[in-house]
Design a protein around this ligand. Structure first.
Ligand SMILES: NC(=O)c1ccc[n+]([C@@H]2O[C@H](COP(=O)([O-])OP(=O)(O)OC[C@H]3O[C@@H](n4cnc5c(N)ncnc54)[C@H](O)[C@@H]3O)[C@@H](O)[C@H]2O)c1
Length: 361
């Protein structure tokens, strides 16, 4: 399957690993800074780099390669939607790094135009493929939790000035958003997906406590009510001293309690069910080794998308999933802006609507 990558920065390393593991035919790479392509190939020891054509303009790359079947977009977040729409309009399937877009209008447009074109879109929420997350999902789908009572996600990470200084787009409303939009969106995606997707309302509070050089928040809290009666809390931050502490997801039902822990929901800390059998023993204390908080999921997500293209089915993490995760963050933002709970569906809101919320933007 002929493949290209747009945006060759930090997370692109995981994409190249997924390309190698899934034996994609990597024919083109694009970055505004051409040296970044070589740096990426050096970092990943990519063997077939001579077969990859290099571009600085994604439109030229797409126009010159009508044979492309799959493109991954890993640029700064503010460019995701416009690049995705260009690929979709050219009939190319896309994997879009999170967040899929920065406004509800762009997210809806991606869904609409990809459906009209028959193009597959996957939002890169790779943690859905974590072994621990898959086990929780299986138990949920089997009805083992019974009626859900509540859940919570806690993303307690550290991002210091060195991290934010790596690129000027970080922490800006137009190109990134704050900790909720960037670091916490995976956990928030998992919470919503597990708790029934049908959200009734979101009430949020954010602050900028330790990163005054950013435009956006470095801590966010929210209370979420679901149409099925369950309730949830969200806590996400990049303010934890001195390093990443945890990304923890709790799910409480009348017949089951599960706590996923580790740095990025990659472990099972608690696994208790009323209908426990011997098979449950393997889940108690399960730990999936990962080299960083981005986990191992990119390879599985790529494999799923390739299979979805071949078999003309929806990807496991599709554009609607990307929209739903984005809707949660933008609903928190809107709630902060209005001081009121926000009823879903969120008609239209964009991260740039938050400009001026803190002193710097
Ligand atoms: N899935 C995950 O777990 C995960 C982890 C980290 C980052 N991300 C997401 O991936 C994206 C990139 O993050 P990063 O940390 O790799 O950033 P980065 O700044 O390290 O890399 C971005 C790269 O994209 C290039 N670029 C920007 N605009 C471009 C354009 N229009 N055309 C071509 N190239 C362009 C930049 O020159 C840079 O090399 C962000 O959206 C981020 O939220 C996802």
């Amino acid at each position: 399957m002929k493949y290209a990558l747009i945006g060759c920065g930090r997370i692109a390393v995981n994409h190249v690993k997924a390309v190698v593991n899934n034996k994609l035919e990597f024919i083109a790479a694009c970055d505004l800074v051409p040296e970044n392509i070589d740096i990426l190939f050096d970092k990943t020891n990519y063997a077939d780099r001579d077969k990859v054509e290099r571009y600085t303009d994604y439109k030229t790359m797409v126009d010159e390669h009508p044979e492309l079947e799959l493109v991954a977009i890993a640029t700064s977040s503010g460019d995701h939607a416009k690049i995705a729409l260009y690929c979709i309009d050219h009939g190319i399937n896309v994997i879009i790094e999170k967040p899929m877009a920065m406004s509800m209008a762009d997210a809806e447009e991606i869904i609409k135009r990809s459906e009209a074109k028959g193009v597959k879109v996957s939002a890169c929420h790779q943690n859905r493929f974590n072994i621990a997350v898959q086990q929780m999902r299986k138990a949920l789908e089997a009805g083992r939790f019974g009626k859900l009572s509540h859940g919570s996600i806690h993303v307690r990470w550290n991002r210091n000035k060195d991290y934010y200084d790596q690129a000027p787009w970080r922490g800006t409303w137009a190109e990134d958003g704050g900790c909720l939009m960037n670091q916490c969106i995976h956990g928030i995606d998992l919470l919503r997906w597990m708790m029934g997707n049908e959200v009734d309302s979101v009430y949020g509070v954010t602050r900028q406590q330790q990163h005054p050089y950013l435009e956006a928040e470095d801590i966010g809290m929210a209370v979420v009510t679901f149409k099925n009666g369950a309730v949830a809390t969200i806590e996400g931050t990049t303010n934890v001293y001195p390093k990443n502490l945890e990304e923890t997801l709790y799910l409480f039902g009348e017949n089951g309690t599960v706590k996923l822990g580790g740095k990025s929901t990659n472990n099972i800390d608690v696994w208790d069910f009323a209908d426990e059998t011997d098979a449950d023993q393997k889940n108690k204390g399960l730990e999936e080794a990962t080299s960083n908080v981005y986990g191992n999921g990119h390879t599985s997500l790529y494999a799923d998308v390739m299979d979805a293209i071949k078999n003309n089915r929806k990807p496991y993490v599709d554009a609607v999933a990307g929209r739903n995760a984005l809707e949660m963050i933008l609903s928190i933002y809107k709630s902060v802006k209005t001081g009121q709970p926000v009823k879903l569906p969120l008609e239209d809101f964009a991260s740039v609507d938050m400009i001026g919320e803190f002193n710097n933007g």
